[in-house]
Design a protein around this ligand. Structure first.
Ligand SMILES: [Zn+2]
Length: 285
């Protein structure tokens, strides 16, 4: 049985090395819940356990925000805190302490360009990370560790980029991404003006997404090249059907804002605007 599991895990690791360029030693980003789980279930030494799971040498990371969160949890998590202190701290540039999940989403960014495996017991965080192309996920179940198979979204992403032969185009990527959080993006931005309790969560999430965009550039990791792809500010010409949109942007944009919100152009404009509009509304904190 153990052999079978290991075989399965190896296959998953192969998927990520082949499709996303993960290289040994694999970097595993651990959050507080995971470290706590390791301690509670005496899965130690953690690096040995994880390298057994991945059948390869590993390097364990955490973040400043994770450590701070463990500190705040007090006595019950003191051992986890102690253990977390022994991990390599991935830089996150959060001066004000973010909650650990926001911090990790931030470090992973849009494409996990640092090639982290993420180890967490946080179900919601894992759910969010399944919508990011190259993020393998690890979790513990009692005293066993599991590597999640690639999500449907991740497999689709790979398939789409293979079909596009070399690279997925920006617009394809966006479309795929949109498909994933379609509701989240459109609803969250369109209704930003009329405050609505139901949408509060969604808005928060879109904010997180935006934050992520802002910070990926400044994510200074030492040993890997920085995340290169900048998100295009304007509309992607490849995703606009009619050429004339580039000739006379002012009249087109006016027309579009009247007619429909389906085009990428107006959507991106909408997002920008809503962000500005949102600011005064969220001063409550
Ligand atoms: Zn952080």
């Amino acid at each position: 049985m153990a052999v079978k599991k290991q075989k399965r895990h190896r296959k998953i690791v192969r998927f990520f090395t082949a499709c996303f360029g993960f290289r040994q030693p694999y970097k595993v980003l651990c959050d507080g819940t995971f470290v706590h789980h390791l301690i509670e279930n005496r899965i130690t030494p953690a690096d040995e356990a994880l390298s057994k799971t991945l059948s390869a040498p590993v390097k364990l990371f955490t973040t400043k925000c994770v450590i701070e969160e463990l500190k705040r949890l007090g006595q019950s998590h003191s051992q986890a805190l102690e253990a977390a202190h022994k991990l390599v701290v991935a830089r996150c540039d959060h001066d004000k302490r973010n909650s650990a999940d926001v911090c990790i989403m931030d470090i992973i960014g849009e494409k996990n360009s640092e090639h982290f495996f993420v180890a967490t017991q946080d179900v919601d965080l894992r759910k969010k990370l399944r919508e990011v192309p190259g993020v393998p996920l690890i979790f513990g179940l009692r005293n066993a560790l599991f590597l999640e198979p690639p999500s449907a979204f991740q497999r689709e992403f790979v398939k789409a980029s293979e079909e596009g032969r070399s690279h997925m185009t920006e617009s394809e990527y966006k479309m795929l991404k949109k498909g994933a959080n379609n509701l989240l993006e459109t609803e969250g931005t369109r209704n930003s003006s009329n405050e609505n309790d139901d949408l509060e969560d969604q808005r928060l999430e879109t904010q997180t997404v935006k934050q992520k965009h802002n910070t990926t550039e400044g994510l200074g990791m030492k040993d890997r090249p920085q995340f290169k792809r900048k998100k295009a500010k304007g509309p992607n010409p490849l995703s606009c059907k009619k050429k004339k949109s580039s000739h006379n942007p002012s009249s087109i944009s006016k027309k579009e804002s009247e007619e429909g919100k389906d085009s990428v152009r107006s959507r991106s404009r909408k997002r920008k605007r809503s962000r500005g509009a949102k600011k005064p509304l969220q001063i409550d904190s």
